[in-house]
Ligand binder design. Structure first.
Ligand SMILES: Cc1ncc(COP(=O)(O)O)c(C=O)c1O
Length: 494
């Protein structure tokens, strides 16, 4: 998974900032890359690398990446991309159909109609979420007589135009932090994100959501968007989207679903029921570079209504004129690569049946790992996985099967942090780490933080034996650390 080289040592080697005095031959440059840089990358292809939401990229997509770089098409402008503009529109419409299942005739009328948009290709889920909330904000404060719309007039005039005290985005406490970034950029500030408590599986607590929405509207605050998460970053669990859609509809807010992680469950006949209600979303974030095996840089925001992106359209003197068909009119990014080709290639070469197999296999593996964890006395499964992320922790021998004090919690947390760090540094296997607050959903304001080991199953080549290796490594590391982490040493660690 890694070479075990100390990061500090790598940073020391890369501390010189003078510009190169003279060009070097490309062959020489390659020699430098291969000897000094490449050996120290994180090996995301390793079947024992279970920490990241981005997995190994199949080799045919390396060629596609090369093509994208070599052709250097610019999707902001049709003249600079030609057929790729049409291919992007086709690919986005195909993904739209996968999610929304409109009639085939709808897609024939929309696919190359330049006034319409099935969605916007972005370089990541962050920008897809930001774009969704940008569109939602502009729909919440549209142009009307005496008011030019929030995009032109800004947020303070927008609030005055509707006589609202404030405006917020509402979603679960387990939302991705890109929503906070978006709120900052859109002028709401992080204070403009109202976070609803989650249940024991980190899904939004729908009755709390309804209560909060009632409280917000009673205060004269305008809700820009209600967000459902289809696969949260910590645990991969999925909000009950139908119920969230109902709540959004009741308060007349835009319903956005962040399905950066979970959208590919749509390919699985067995699993797609978990996304019930997704088709009610006004917008959906899909990350190709998470569960669709695409290289980083491939995401899309799907838009239910063909004209909903009109509220963010921009024109300029030198391009993006009306009827130009330039996709740059409706994207936050300017010059933009032909990343849609990655989706297109994945959909053809891996294909829907391939993605179905990949998703089913990954979810099976997560269940298998969860079962292994439950069978081993050293570990505690923290959340039953709903998709392919497994949260668990190591429990030291002396504390197994006992009720735990606050000190015990802090002690186990420090122990698990140390295990995760040591495993990562050793380089043989890897899981990541997060912190959850079990019990907080039951109104327990004193819910204690629990450090969780986080295994993300996105590598088709990970075998059962690899899963055992990851757990065995953790037990071995835990035993090595045992002397340092004795309960009596607790005050030093907390
Ligand atoms: C649920 C969710 N949404 C959005 C994002 C942001 O995606 P990106 O890293 O592609 O910007 C992530 C990333 O982990 C995520 O897990």
């Amino acid at each position: 998974v890694g070479t075990g080289t100390e990061l500090a040592e790598l940073e020391r080697k890369l501390a010189r900032v003078e510009l190169p005095s003279a060009p070097v031959a490309y062959r020489e440059y390659l020699r430098y890359l291969f000897s000094e840089i490449l050996p120290h990358t994180a090996n995301t292809r390793s079947p024992r690398c279970l920490g990241h939401m981005t997995g190994p990229v199949p080799e045919f997509l390396w060629d596609v990446m090369l093509l994208i770089g070599a052709l250097n098409q610019n999707l902001a402008k049709r003249e600079a991309s030609m057929v790729f503009t049409a291919l992007e529109r086709q690919t986005v419409a195909t993904l739209h159909r996968l999610a929304y299942q409109f009639d085939p005739e709808y897609y024939q009328s929309v696919v190359h109609d330049e006034r319409s948009s099935c969605g916007i290709v972005t370089s990541g889920g962050t920008l897809a979420n930001l774009t969704a909330l940008w569109i939602a904000r502009n729909h919440a404060f549209p142009t009307r007589s005496g008011f030019a719309g929030v995009e032109a007039a800004g947020l303070s005039q927008a609030l005055r135009s509707q006589e609202c005290a404030d405006t917020v985005i509402v979603g679960s406490a387990a939302m991705h932090y890109s929503v906070d970034k978006s709120a900052g950029l859109l002028g709401l500030g992080e204070a403009g994100v109202r976070k609803v408590p989650v249940d024991g599986s980190l899904r939004i607590d729908v009755s709390e959501l309804r209560r909060i929405l009632r409280e917000i509207s009673a205060r004269g605050v305008r809700v820009i968007a209600v967000i459902g998460v289809a696969g949260n970053t910590d645990a991969g669990s999925i909000d009950r989207l139908d119920a969230v859609a109902d709540a959004a509809a009741e308060c007349g807010a835009w319903f956005h679903v962040d399905a950066a992680w979970g959208a590919p469950l749509l390919f699985s006949a067995r699993e797609r029921h978990k996304l019930a209600g997704l088709q009610r979303a006004d917008s959906i974030t899909v990350d190709g570079h998470k569960q669709m095996c695409l290289p980083i840089g491939a995401s899309v925001l799907l838009l239910k209504d063909r004209y909903s992106a009109a509220v963010i359209e921009k024109q300029s003197r030198y391009m993006l004129q009306e009827n130009s068909g330039d996709l740059g009119m409706r994207s936050l990014e300017g010059s933009r690569p032909a990343s849609a080709l990655l989706f297109h290639a994945g959909l053809h070469v891996i294909g829907p049946s391939g993605y179905e197999q990949i998703m089913d296999t990954h979810l099976d593996k997560a269940r298998l790992l969860a079962a292994r964890i439950q069978r081993r006395p050293e570990f505690q499964l923290l959340i039953e996985p709903e998709t392919n992320i497994v949260l668990y922790r190591y429990v030291p021998r002396l504390l197994r099967g006992r009720s735990l004090s606050a000190g015990d919690y802090a002690y186990i947390n420090a122990y698990n942090e140390a295990i995760q760090r040591a495993q990562s540094a050793a380089g043989r296997s890897f899981v990541s780490r997060t912190t959850i607050y079990p019990g907080a959903h039951r109104g327990n304001g004193d819910a204690k933080p629990v450090v969780a080991l986080r295994a993300v199953l996105v590598n088709p080549k990970t075998t059962e034996a690899d899963l055992d290796t990851v757990l065995d490594d953790q037990v071995r590391i835990a035993l090595e650390l045992e002397n340092r982490f004795r309960p009596e040493a607790e005050p030093a660690m907390v």
